[in-house]
Write a protein that binds this ligand. Structure first.
Ligand SMILES: NC(=O)c1ccc[n+]([C@@H]2O[C@H](COP(=O)([O-])OP(=O)(O)OC[C@H]3O[C@@H](n4cnc5c(N)ncnc54)[C@H](OP(=O)(O)O)[C@@H]3O)[C@@H](O)[C@H]2O)c1
Length: 319
C-alpha cells in the first residue's frame, strides 16, 4: 500500500503517451549504445525482479543512485537530462531510486522531478543521519517534505557506526506508516563490525553496502550476515565510483560473458553483483540516459552462476 501525495494508481492517456515517448527515446538511445550491445536479443525482455525477504514483495533488480549530479538544482537541459534518466528507469519497469538527506539538494530535486504518477510507481529509498527517536524523526519528516512524499518505501540509517544502534524508533515510524521498510547502510570498512552486529541483532529489512568487482570485502561477513537476517541487500558504489571502468579501459568484454548475456562492461559489472544470492538490487549512479539504458539492460537475461562469477573475479584480478 502506497501513500504518496496522489496515489490513485490510474494511468491517464497523457501518462501513457509520456511513458510511450520515454520508451521510444530509450529505443533511440539503445541505438547509440556501444557496438557490442547492439543486436541484443534481450532488449524487450523484462527486467528481473528479486523478492524482498521479509515481505516477499518483488523488486526490479536495477535501481538508480542519486549521490552525485542530483545534489544541486539543475536548470534547462541539465534538468531535462535528469528527468529523462528517471523516465527511462520507470519506462523500463524499474522503480528503485536511492537518495539521502545528506546528498545536497537531491531530495528536493527528486521532489521536483517526480510527478504524482511517478510517485505511485517509484520505490523511494532515503537515508537519515540521526538514529535517535527525536532528532531522527525531525530529520525524516524534513526529508519527506523535500521529497513531497507522505510515506517513503525504505528509510535507512546512513552509515551505521554504533554496534549497539537501536532500530526501535525506525520500526515505530514504520508502524506509524511513515515508511514501509527500514534499513541501515555502510560504506566504511572501519564500521563493518558495527554494521554486522546491528544486522544480526536488529534484523533490518534492508542493508546497503559498497560492493563491486573492485572491492569484494562485503562478501566475507556482511553479505552472509544480511542473508542470515533476511535483509534485502542493495549494493552502493557498484562501479566503485567508476574505478572498474578504468581497470578495463581499452579491453573488450570476454566472449564467455555472452553465456550470461553480458555484452558491455556495465552489464558485466552489474551482473556479477546480481549473481550473488544475497544481493537483491544494484543502484548505480548516473545522470546519462544512455548509461541508464545500458545499466537497465544488465537486469535482463541470465546472471552468472558461482563458477562464472569466479571466472569474472579471476579475469578482473588478472587485469
Ligand atoms: N553509505 C551509503 O549508503 C552510500 C555511499 C555511497 C553511495 N551510495 C549509493 O550508491 C549509489 C551509487 O554510487 P555512485 O554513483 O557514487 O558510484 P557508482 O555507481 O559506483 O559509479 C557512478 C559512476 O559510474 C558512471 N556510470 C554509471 N553508469 C555507467 C555506464 N553504464 N557506463 C559508463 N559509466 C557509467 C557514472 O557516470 P555518468 O553519470 O556519466 O553515467 C558515475 O561516474 C549512490 O548514488 C548512492 O545512492 C550509498
Amino acid at each position: 500500500m502506497r501513500a504518496s501525495l496522489s496515489p490513485n494508481g490510474a494511468f491517464s492517456r497523457r501518462d501513457f503517451m509520456r511513458g510511450a515517448t520515454a520508451a521510444v527515446a530509450l529505443r533511440l538511445l539503445n541505438g547509440a549504445r556501444p557496438a557490442a550491445a547492439q543486436g541484443d536479443s534481450r532488449v524487450d525482455s523484462p527486467v528481473a525482479t528479486k523478492a524482498i525477504p521479509h515481505s516477499g514483495e518483488p523488486i526490479p533488480v536495477i535501481g538508480l543512485g542519486t549521490a552525485n549530479d542530483f545534489q544541486s538544482r539543475p536548470q534547462g537541459a541539465d534538468r531535462d537530462r535528469l528527468k529523462q534518466v528517471i523516465d527511462g528507469l520507470l519506462a523500463q519497469g524499474c522503480k528503485l531510486i536511492d537518495t539521502a538527506s545528506s546528498y545536497g539538494e537531491a531530495e528536493s530535486v527528486l521532489g521536483d522531478l517526480l510527478s504524482d504518477q511517478d510517485r505511485a510507481r517509484v520505490f523511494l529509498a532515503t537515508k537519515i543521519e540521526d538514529g535517535s527517536r527525536k532528532g531522527g524523526l525531525a530529520e525524516f519528516r524534513h526529508s519527506l517534505e523535500r521529497l513531497r512524499y507522505r510515506q517513503a518505501d525504505l528509510l535507512q540509517l546512513h552509515n551505521v557506526q554504533n554496534p549497539h544502534q537501536d532500530l526501535a524508533p525506525f520500526r515505530e515510524w514504520k508502524a506509524q506508516g511513515l515508511c514501509r521498510y527500514v534499513g541501515v547502510t555502510t560504506t566504511f570498512k572501519g564500521d563493518y563490525d558495527a554494521a554486522e552486529a546491528v544486522i544480526r541483532r536488529e534484523k533490518p529489512d534492508f542493508f546497503q553496502v559498497d560492493y563491486s568487482l573492485a572491492d569484494r570485502t562485503a562478501e566475507k561477513r556482511l553479505l552472509p550476515a544480511a542473508r542470515d537476517a533476511g535483509a534485502a541487500v542493495l549494493t552502493a558504489l557498484p562501479y566503485g565510483r567508476s574505478s572498474v571502468f578504468a581497470a578495463v579501459r581499452g579491453k573488450s568484454v570476454p566472449e564467455w560473458a555472452r553465456d550470461f548475456d553480458a555484452t558491455t562492461w556495465p552489464q558485466f559489472f552489474l551482473k556479477f553483483l546480481l549473481g550473488h544470492e544475497a544481493v537483491t538490487a544494484v543502484i548505480p549512479g548516473t545522470t546519462n540516459p544512455v548509461h541508464l539504458a545500458d545499466n537497465v539492460s544488465a537486469g535482463r537475461g541470465r546472471f552468472p552462476d558461482a563458477k562464472q562469477r569466479q571466472a569474472m573475479i579471476d579475469f578482473f584480478a588478472a587485469l
